[in-house]
Design a protein around this ligand. Structure first.
Ligand SMILES: NC(=O)c1ccc[n+]([C@@H]2O[C@H](COP(=O)([O-])OP(=O)(O)OC[C@H]3O[C@@H](n4cnc5c(N)ncnc54)[C@H](OP(=O)(O)O)[C@@H]3O)[C@@H](O)[C@H]2O)c1
Length: 339
């Protein structure tokens, strides 16, 4: 079997190679999954560059890839043989950019027939992040307001769908003026463009001067710092990404200057958020149930992952470039096999 492999960290176009590997055999409680597709997420490129959370950097050589869809083609001795042929998504099984992946059987979650391979391939990281931050962490209720940055991102668009379904109002930040109308059309109640220098004042106005109660931010830097400064008493900002630092090498680019008095006097909270820590905190039973619920929502059309573009493995480098290009409107998917 073949796998996309990194032997050292560096630029994805230089260090990712398509290598031959021995066919893996599942252990007693494991399954082997013939991978169909896996997405290219910003975090995958971080891992390749060696810039992700230290505890999540794989020991090299390793395959990148944090999720994907495939078909079980072999099972270990403790796993019912009836699972062979089942289409599954993998729940926190790293290293999915390969033709065959070994997974604990309990982490191979069946996919309802109504879901396309494209939607299934990206059902975990971004949908779970959007759902967990809004409904589990912020526990948003009908009528609440949420502020989010990078509203045009995959996560942002999923958050908009969840908010609309739950009757939650949103204030959305985008960086390009042409995205304002698009996000309004997707149900964003208020959309501000950070290219407009007066956006912080517009944000104050949008909260009626009361400040932000709940926010999620994946831009960090000045954008995240501005959100932190405008937190209401006991307001809470979850920082889950740092897009403004991507591709940067200057250490200052990784900082998010928080205005201390605003935090102190409002007893507000700025907290980092990572899906893998959340999944670990919840444990396998709860997190696999949460994934099954998301798959059910996708199956009945209540949640729709954004558009995708397929890339065969020989076009993997194009997929990496697309994943980081400005105004890309589709999530790149690496295709390892056809059904
Ligand atoms: N902490 C976690 O567990 C977790 C889980 C999932 C995702 N994330 C993070 O969430 C972020 C979004 O992921 P995704 O898969 O949804 O991304 P995506 O679909 O690739 O979208 C990226 C979006 O971010 C915008 N953007 C890029 N650089 C920006 C910058 N410097 N300032 C403002 N906006 C910027 C882009 O705007 P344009 O359209 O203008 O290019 C685009 O709308 C990433 O940082 C990712 O690592 C974190």
């Amino acid at each position: 079997m073949k796998a996309l492999i990194i032997e050292q960290n560096g630029e994805p176009s230089e260090v990712v190679h398509w290598r031959d590997l021995p066919e893996p055999t599942p252990g007693p409680a494991e399954v082997r999954v013939r991978m169909l597709m896996a997405p290219v997420h910003p975090s995958d490129l971080h891992i390749i560059r060696g810039r992700f959370a230290r505890q999540r950097q794989p020991v090299l050589p390793a395959s990148p890839g944090t999720e994907g869809v495939g078909i079980i083609d072999a099972v270990g001795s403790d796993v019912p043989h009836t699972r062979v042929g089942e289409r599954v998504v993998l729940l926190d099984v790293p290293g999915t950019w390969r033709e065959q992946v070994i997974s604990p059987a309990a982490r191979a979650i069946p996919v309802p027939a109504a879901i396309s391979d494209e939607d299934a391939a990206q059902a975990l990281i971004n949908p779970m992040t959007a759902w967990a931050m809004t409904m589990s962490e912020h526990q948003l209720q009908r009528g609440d307001w949420l502020v989010q940055s990078a509203a045009g991102s995959t996560v942002g668009r999923l958050v908009l769908q969840i908010a609309k379904a739950q009757g939650v109002h949103t204030i959305n930040l985008v960086r390009r003026a042409e995205q304002v109308a698009e996000i309004q059309k997707l149900g964003g109640d208020i959309v501000l463009c950070t290219a407009d220098e007066s956006w912080p004042e517009q944000l104050v106005k949008a909260t009626d001067g009361k400040g932000i109660v709940c926010a999620i931010d994946c831009v960090a830097g000045r954008t995240g710092a501005t959100l932190a400064r405008q937190l209401a008493p006991n307001g809470r900002l979850l920082v889950y990404g740092a897009l403004s630092s991507h591709r940067q090498t200057d250490p200052a680019a990784f900082e998010m200057p928080v205005f201390a008095p605003a935090l102190i006097y409002s007893s507000a909270e700025v907290r980092g958020w990572l899906i893998f820590s959340w999944l670990a905190r919840k444990g396998l039973d709860e997190s696999s149930q949460a994934l099954r619920n998301l798959l059910d929502s996708i199956a009945v059309g209540c949640l729709k992952p954004p558009a995708t573009e397929r890339y065969s493995v020989d076009r993997a480098f194009e997929a990496f470039t697309a994943a980081e290009s400005t105004a890309h409107d589709a999530k790149p998917l690496l295709v390892f096999a056809q059904r």
